[in-house]
Write a protein that binds this ligand. Structure first.
Ligand code: SAM
Length: 301
């Protein structure tokens, strides 16, 4: 089998994601078919087919999702904050142009509107065309899909949203600013009182210094910052993290149950038990967490 590290996914070849840990560890994907390839103004986009993994969306060579395991990521990004907030009516998704997070958000019966702000219209079109099950809610009556830079969009929003979900790609290119303090100041301003924000926040195993820096400034901005994990086999290391920032509601005090939970129908990953368990972190993450996070999430003191 031919290997194409850092190159193009090729039919019948083994494609290697750009590796982490100074280039020492990477994920390999066997590609059966390349369904779509385009250099957009923002990034290089591929949709490939990969046997049991189904269809895979790659941006600049990094796996964004596979249709095999995407529910884990999208359910945990959406349902943890939406079931923590007492009554989420207005939701904003920044990024997430594949539509998976939107599909989960519109399941919440009390929702009035979900805005999705994706910088790259080509991602939206590719998901609609090649991943209809993921993009299923793009035309939902409560969804408003905008093609715009999330960094600019959020500046115009003031006390507008109950929940903001930052479903971004890795901190490079157009997504770089979505990991910085100026953006989070705008996120805070865009939240209604008692609102919550959750962001895709990589893994401490590979992005420790970036997360340490982020948790440092987030702790100064929000009354409550926590980090939680989900198991997603097709992300390097099998784990992805989320940073939760709250102006009030505490996810560890939430007791998801009853009609709001039942209204979500049959899920593939999220359970109320996982909602709590996801916030329990390994001891080795201590060096990246703030003291307040370590007290809550490692049981210190
Ligand atoms: N689940 C994915 C992951 O963690 O690998 C994220 C998926 S989603 C496809 C990420 C999206 O964020 C991409 O479509 C990208 O175009 C979008 N994005 C990156 N920077 C952005 C920005 N500044 N504003 C809005 N969307 C952005």
């Amino acid at each position: 089998m031919s290997q194409t590290a850092g190159g193009e996914p090729r039919e019948g070849g083994l494609f290697l994601e750009p590796p982490e840990l100074e280039g020492y560890l990477g994920l390999a994907l066997k590609v059966d078919r390349v369904l779509f390839h385009k250099k957009t103004p923002f990034q290089e986009l591929h949709v490939v087919e990969a046997g049991p993994l189904g269809r895979v969306l790659l941006l600049d060579g990094a796996i964004q999702l596979t249709t095999w395991d995407e529910p884990a990521y999208h359910e945990m990004l959406a349902h943890v904050p939406l079931l923590t907030h007492p009554d989420p009516k207005r939701v904003l998704i920044i990024g997430g142009g594949d539509g998976g997070t939107l599909r989960e958000v519109v399941k919440h019966p009390g929702l009035q509107r979900c805005d999705l702000c994706e910088i790259d219209g080509e991602v939206i079109e590719a998901a609609r065309r090649f991943m209809p099950g993921v993009a299923a809610a793009m035309d939902h009556a409560k969804a408003r899909v905008l093609v715009e830079d999330g960094l600019a969009f959020i500046k115009k929003a003031e006390a507008s949203y109950d929940v903001i979900l930052v479903d971004s790609s890795d901190p490079q290119g157009p997504a770089q600013g979505l990991f910085g303090p100026d953006f989070y100041r705008d996120v805070k301003k865009a939240l209604k009182p008692g609102g919550l924000a959750v962001s895709q926040a990589e893994s401490c195993n590979f992005f420790g210094p970036l997360l340490k820096d982020m948790f440092g400034f987030l702790g100064g901005l929000f009354p409550l910052t926590l980090y939680y994990l989900a198991l997603v086999p097709t992300y390097l290391g099998g784990t992805i993290g989320f940073a939760l920032n709250s102006l009030g509601p505490d996810p560890l005090a939430a007791r998801p149950a009853g009609r709001r939970l039942a209204g979500l129908g049959r899920l593939r990953y999220y359970t109320p038990a996982l909602h709590r368990a996801a916030f329990a972190l390994p001891a080795g993450y201590r060096e990246f967490l703030s003291d307040a996070m370590a007290r809550r999430q490692l049981g210190e003191g």
